[in-house]
Design a protein around this ligand. Structure first.
Ligand code: HEC
Length: 240
């Protein structure tokens, strides 16, 4: 049995066979050792070869019935050998069980509370995303006066109008995911985590225009008063 031969050969190999070749000025003894070592390795190689030959005798895998890519099939009604994925198949890493997180909805209602923890870093991330993907049309303050609009694209409504100030946060997530009217969706460009960050930032922009004076820290209030004295009157949208 070739396997047994191989085992026997392995068992008789001395640990010396793993050490580097010895230099020629070593004693007579070590020369004898090298020759017995080489005998062992011949036996070992032959047994490995025998093992390989005995393993490769059968062609079953090669000859079995199979379809080559794009080959037609008589078996399936649509004539194609390549089959679609079974319904409900989930590719590794793409399970989206958390419907609230991935759709911004509970059933058909938009969620009112953001389903992630909001931190300063998260909002900063949203600000970056907003400025990259949304401000070209919506403008940096969300008034719908971005450069693309100034060059002729449809003007979106300001985020500061009454209606949009009161939509649930899930609505912003949904508009980014599915688009809205003339606005295409940003699902391919903006992954879900960043969509929530942008939605949170849109809320922050809205808050920035309507925050009550009481929300300003007391030590900053005199500064606010000074800046309000010189600020222009609120725009038309504030009365919509
Ligand atoms: C290419 C220009 C463009 C970009 C970029 C863009 N939008 Fe819009 N957006 C629009 C236009 C135009 C509308 C109005 C569409 C309509 O009424 O047909 C709109 C509408 C909206 C609305 C309001 C929907 C409503 O109910 O009136 C929201 C919210 C919104 N966009 C969010 C975003 C966010 C968030 C981004 C960035 C991820 C973004 N948009 C990027 C053009 C754009």
């Amino acid at each position: 049995m070739p396997l047994l031969v191989a085992r026997a050969a392995l068992a008789t190999r001395s640990p010396l066979s793993l050490s580097p070749p010895r230099s020629t000025h070593k004693s007579h003894m070590s020369c004898a050792c090298v020759s017995s070592q080489s005998r062992q390795s011949v036996v070992f190689s032959i047994s490995v070869l025998l093992l390989l030959f005995s393993a490769a005798c059968r062609q079953d895998m090669h000859d079995q019935p199979k379809y080559k890519p794009f080959r037609p099939s008589d078996f399936f009604a649509d004539g194609r050998s390549a089959r679609p994925l079974v319904q409900g198949t989930v590719a590794r890493g793409t399970l989206r069980e958390d419907a609230v997180y991935y759709t911004g909805k509970v059933g058909s209602d938009f969620v009112k509370e953001i389903p992630v923890k909001v931190t300063a870093e998260f909002l900063a991330r949203g600000q970056t995303g907003f400025q990259v993907f949304c401000s070209p049309c919506h403008g940096r303050t969300g008034r719908g006066d971005g450069m693309v609009v100034q060059r002729g694209f449809k003007k979106p409504p300001s985020y500061h109008i009454e209606r949009l100030r009161h939509v649930p946060i899930g609505y912003f997530y949904d508009v980014i995911t599915n688009g809205f009217g003339a606005m295409s969706d940003y699902a391919a460009q903006v992954p879900p985590a960043d969509r929530w960050a942008i939605a949170a930032y849109v809320r922050t922009l809205q808050y920035s225009q309507y925050a009550p004076v009481a929300d300003v820290p007391p030590d900053k209030q005199p500064e606010l008063e000074r800046s309000l004295a010189t600020a222009p009157a609120p725009g038309q949208e504030h009365r919509q």
